[in-house]
Design a protein around this ligand. Sequence first.
Ligand code: UDP
Ligand code: MG
Length: 159
Amino acid sequence: MVNERTLIIVKPDALNRDLAGEAISRFERKGLKIVAMKMEHLPVYKLKEHYAHLAEKAFFEELIKYMSSIPSILMVLEGKEACKVARKLIGGTYGREAEPGTLRGDYSVSNQMNLVHASETPEIAEKEIKNFFAEKEIFEYNKTNFDWIYARDSKGEIV
Ligand code: UDP
Ligand code: MG
C-alpha cells in the first residue's frame, strides 16, 4: 500500500529561519507525494488537541506558545510507510542529539525548536490529519514519475 499518510507541520521556527522550503524540498525529493498543503496560524485549541498527550509536561505551555506564535505550513504526505520514512527524515526530537543528515540533525540545536512535526504512526497520523484537514482539502492524483519512484517485484507488489 503506497497511500499511507502522514501529517507534517513545518513549524514556526522553520518559517522564522527561512527553512520552510528546505524542509518541504527534502520530503519531496525523497519521493513522498504531497497530497495536501496549506498555511495556517494554528489556534491554541487545535494545538492543545494535537499535543494532548503532552499536557502534563512542564514544557507544555511554552510548546503551545511557540507553536501558536506565527503561522505554520501543514502538509499531508503519502507513500509506502510514509510515517516511518518521514520520521527518519526529520530525526530525533532533540536537535542536538538528532542524527546529522536529518532535518533536525542539520538545522536544530534545541529540544523544543526542532523545525518539523511528523506523525509517529499511521493510526496517529489519521487522527492528526482529521484535526487539521478537511477531506476535500486532500487531493487524489497520479504523478507521472510514480514508476521511477517505486519498483514492482515479481508478484506485482510495490517495492
Ligand atoms: N518538546 C519540548 N521539550 C521536550 C520534548 C518535546 O519542547 O523535552 C516539544 C518539541 O517541539 C517536540 C514536541 O514537543 O517536537 C512534541 O514532542 P514529542 O515527544 O512528540 O516529539 P516529536 O514527536 O516531535 O519528535
Ligand atoms: Mg510526537
